[in-house]
Design a binder for this molecule. Structure first.
Ligand code: FMN
Length: 406
């Protein structure tokens, strides 16, 4: 879980999108975070404090002059000190204006002046309220102050106007919180990450492929981006949502993959080869659909070898770090070691494909990491996002070692 024990202070203000705020709390808790909620008076017209108390498992803070405070300490200062991240979602035009001016006439605005953690403001309002010069100037003021003010979505709004002002979805807000909490140790580093299967055409309607879903490569791309890297994701066909990377290159075949890596390799600091390219492709691609009857009893398909992408770029390696993957069903460590050496990888991630709960298509992975020091680290079953971060920790350490030995 990516937000384990992180302390998130969520302020809910009086906009109609307050009805979505409980979903933010629920998602945060599923990620292991602790959540405390502040509600303005206006927010309580839309959702009850009991909803947030139940979902967050914590007292809900509503009043600067609380008659029955949760603690005898000065609450607005304690809340400000407690938070790792302070999030206001939804943020009304009114609260944004008060923040910009530094007005502290209720609990939330007093916490704002006392806060010291990063602040994420998630506006939600009618398009005209948002576009009003007063609101726009206030948003600019807050951005200049170093706060993160997220964009809104364009849609049909609750007031039936159509346009900007709709609050981002709870998943996007949690993603922004997660990004904010990630270390930014990969700033300035360029990553090329490959993901997914390849498809090797047989005829206009058929192809050879494998079970790779792309989940591991996409998780690596997502996490590298959150840690500040510039990311090119080269992806075979996948149904996964496209990560917010700097460059996304869609490929089909191993030959396409080879070309795309070639175009990006020289300017990369790290190449992570999480794709599962096909080793073979049909010698001929039939121009027309191969008919059942024209083939007699069966069909002999002649296959030719695809270029070995890993070997090729391993040999070309200059200053890059290369991370490879191996899917093994037996002698995992021995085969992984051979692959690490023969392909000139700096790190290899060895998947045990015998496990039904890990590897291809699943959300989890159980792997062994092996580097040039030959020390193997067997990792327990974990989410691909968590594994991506462990792999990136290793790469980050390698960048530091390289810089120190120059
Ligand atoms: C039905 C209704 C919906 C509202 N929706 C919004 C909204 O989405 N965004 C907003 O900025 N203000 C909205 N308001 C106005 C705010 O509730 C009002 O400005 C209030 O003073 C905000 O107080 P707060 O910022 O302390 O929560 C709405 C008001 C009503 C009556």
């Amino acid at each position: 879980m990516q937000l384990t024990n992180k302390k998130i202070l969520l302020a809910v203000t009086g906009g109609i999108a307050a009805y979505k705020a409980p979903a933010i709390v629920s998602l945060l808790r599923k990620q292991g975070a602790q959540v405390k909620v502040i509600m303005t008076q206006a927010a309580q017209e839309f959702v009850t404090p009991l909803t947030f108390q139940t979902i967050s498992g914590n007292y809900v803070y509503q009043d600067l002059f609380d008659k029955k405070p949760a603690s005898p300490l000065v609450e607005h200062i304690e809340l400000a000190k407690w938070a790792d991240v302070f999030v206001v979602a939804p943020a009304t035009a009114n609260t944004i204006a008060k923040f910009a001016l530094g007005i502290a006439d209720d609990l939330l605005t007093s916490v704002y002046l006392a806060h010291r953690s990063p602040l994420i403001i998630v506006p939600a309002m009618n398009t005209f309220m948002l576009n009003h010069p007063a609101t726009q100037e206030n948003i600019q003021t807050l951005r200049k102050r170093g706060h993160q003010v997220l964009d809104t979505q364009d849609d049909l709004l609750a007031c039936q106007d159509k346009g900007a002002g709709k609050m981002l979805e709870p998943e996007d807000i949690v993603d922004a919180i997660d990004t904010c909490l990630r270390p930014k140790d990969l700033i300035g580093k360029r990553f090329t990450i490959t993901a997914g299967p390849t498809q090797e055409a047989i005829d206009p309607v058929r192809y050879l492929s494998n079970y790779s879903s792309g989940k591991m490569g996409y998780a690596l791309a997502n996490q590298a981006k959150k840690r500040g890297a510039k990311v090119t994701l080269i992806s075979g066909p996948s149904h996964l949502p496209r990560p917010k990377v700097d460059q996304f290159i869609e490929i089909k075949s191993t030959l396409d993959l080879f070309d795309a890596v070639e175009k990006n390799f020289d300017q990369s600091d790290c190449l992570i080869k999480a794709a599962a390219p096909a080793d073979f492709r049909p010698a001929q691609i039939a121009n027309q659909k191969i008919k059942k009857l024209s083939q007699g009893a069966g069909l002999n398909l002649e296959l030719v070898k695809n270029p070995d992408v890993a070997l090729h770029f391993g040999q070309l390696k200059q200053d890059q770090i290369i991370v490879g993957f191996a899917a093994e069903s037996q002698n995992e460590l021995e085969n992984g070691r051979k692959k690490l050496e023969s392909k000139n990888f700096d790190l290899i991630v060895i998947n045990n494909i015998k496990r039904a709960d890990a590897g291809f298509q699943t959300d989890n992975n159980a792997v062994t990491l092996l580097d040039q020091s030959q020390a193997a680290e067997e990792l327990p079953l974990m989410s691909k996002e968590d594994l991506a971060n462990i792999i990136l920790d290793r790469v980050s350490d390698m960048f530091i070692t390289k810089a120190n030995t120059k």
